[in-house]
Design a protein around this ligand. Structure first.
Ligand code: G3P
Length: 214
């Protein structure tokens, strides 16, 4: 299982790397906008830091324009993966980029049928967003489980699943148990995973008891 950093913030990415949690990075326009720097400068800096896949999203919504923008983005570094939202023009672009040897990720996946279309278009990765489904009282984990089953039962579909929109440590545990290929985790959730009040209490107790060393 690979863990990616779901961030465009270089400091967060470096901190995750120190913990062995930066097998790759996913960005999106919302994450890039938070950084207040140029899109390409951010991607150059991340690709200098991270040798694994760095996912970057073109903004165009029309086939020719998506291809043009994707080719430009992929020139930034050999580890750039082009992340394209789930829609018909995007799927056509995924297919064309595959023929050019440019790796792709179909993002904003909210149903198993979308994951089938993305795989058949030749996407190397799909990003189902589980937290955003939970927000609407749907079962985000059930979506991930359904896609896992479909891909397992059809080995000709070679697309890897990146679970995105992860909000809680329990999401991470359940997704790991399911055998999801890649989890992209925001740094806030990494911080939550590390914490347990019994660990803190145990450390304090050890320090207190150590005062009685002879
Ligand atoms: O990778 C997708 C992620 O950034 C979206 O997360 O919490 O905004 O649904 P969220």
């Amino acid at each position: 299982m690979d863990i990616y950093v779901d961030s465009a913030n270089l400091e967060e990415i470096k901190q995750a790397k120190e913990l062995g949690l930066a097998d790759g990075v996913t960005t999106n326009p919302t994450l890039i906008a938070k950084e207040n720097k140029s899109f390409t400068d951010i991607l150059h800096a991340i690709c200098k830091e991270i040798s694994g896949p760095v996912h970057a999203e073109p903004l165009s919504l029309e086939y020719d324009a998506i291809l043009k923008e994707s080719r430009e983005l992929s020139k930034i570094a050999p580890n750039i993966v082009i992340k394209i939202p789930m829609f018909k023009e995007g799927l056509k672009a995924v297919r064309a980029l595959k023929e050019e040897g440019i790796p792709t990720n179909v993002t904003l996946i909210f149903s198993p049928s979308q994951a089938i279309l993305a795989a058949k278009a030749g996407a190397d990765f799909v990003c189902p967003f589980l937290g955003r489904l939970d927000d609407y009282s749907h079962d985000g984990l059930a979506l991930l489980e359904a896609i896992r089953t479909i891909y397992n039962n059809n080995p000709d579909l070679e697309t890897q699943i990146i679970a995105a929109s992860i909000r809680t440590p329990n999401h991470v545990v359940e997704l790991s148990a399911m055998g999801i290929d890649i989890l992209t985790i925001p740094s806030k959730v990494i911080g939550m995973m590390e914490k347990h009040p019994l660990t803190d209490a145990g450390v304090q107790q050890f320090l207190k008891d150590a005062e009685n060393f002879k």
